[in-house]
Write a protein of this length. Sequence first.
Length: 171
Amino acid sequence: MQTNENILTKNIWSLLQEVTDPEVPVLTIIDLGIVRDVKINKAGAENEIEVVITPTYSGCPAMDVIRMNIRMVLLEHGFKNVQITTILSPAWTTDWMSDAGKEKLKAYGIAPPNPKQQVCNTQLFAEDEAVQCPHCNSYNTRRISEFGSTACKSLFQCNDCHEPFDYFKCY
Ligand SMILES: [Zn+2]
């Protein structure tokens, strides 16, 4: 039998699916893998909902918006007592992004991050990193700029279909 607390926790997790990344609106914060935990803390008469998140990278301006949106979604569903805790360690990596999230990114025209162990185990951005074009699936692509539409992305262009596209950099 499930306790009320378990049901409540599940309910919160599903509400968090409504919170999207302001920079990539097709991705929810669950897809991104930044929600680490949901806790129900007994605090007097009313329970406190604690949402534990790890930022995609420190200083990402989207995180303030995400924190605010978490509060708004929970408030809309009657949860007023919300605590958002940020933990920085272990650091978020693009490997925490769900497969569903990667699929959504690609459908949105952004190349999803390559697996971390494959490419980003050095500080230097691998010059020869093979990034797949989200439009025609060709690996014959080149990086045009280290920074795309936001700091988390690089701008690439496909040598086959000539379409430019953002690549969600791996961390
Ligand atoms: Zn292409």
